[in-house]
Write a protein that binds this ligand. Sequence first.
Ligand code: RTP
Ligand code: MG
Length: 139
Amino acid sequence: MPNNRTYSMVKPHAVADNHVGGILKMIEEGGFRIVALKKTQLTAAQAGKFYEVHAERPFYGELCQMMSEGPIVAMILEKENAVADFRALIGSTDPAEAAEGTVRKAYAKSKGENAVHGSDSDENAAIESAFFFSGLERY
Ligand code: RTP
Ligand code: MG
């Protein structure tokens, strides 16, 4: 049975451009309930740990720099079939390929600065949620 929670964050460029409200509106209107929410900033080392599965990829250094350049908004979201449905709501990694009506179509600037993160599996949703939130911060 698919888990009903996923982890997401609004990336620094979208926070800096004041798109948090617009993105949260799309997420809530997409049927997700916000279980946990906070604004925080990652160090480059923390961003490196979060994205360590991509350590061998050519964009890893740029990704860690981009994800630590300003505050992010971290959240745990709840909906039936959360992981897959959230990835559908945010759209393709590259905004040039993102469908109309998706968060990345509306707010991404490039393949790197693509507005939001969404977990890619139930297992990673649990790991990523625990990276940012304690058990006492989930409502
Ligand atoms: P995310 O993990 O952030 O939800 O994004 P995703 O699954 O759609 O994409 P993934 O392959 O996991 O890549 C993680 C993030 O790395 C940046 N990226 N840059 N310049 C590039 O070619 C490139 N490719 C990926 C993006 O910020 C992507 O979201
Ligand atoms: Mg990913």
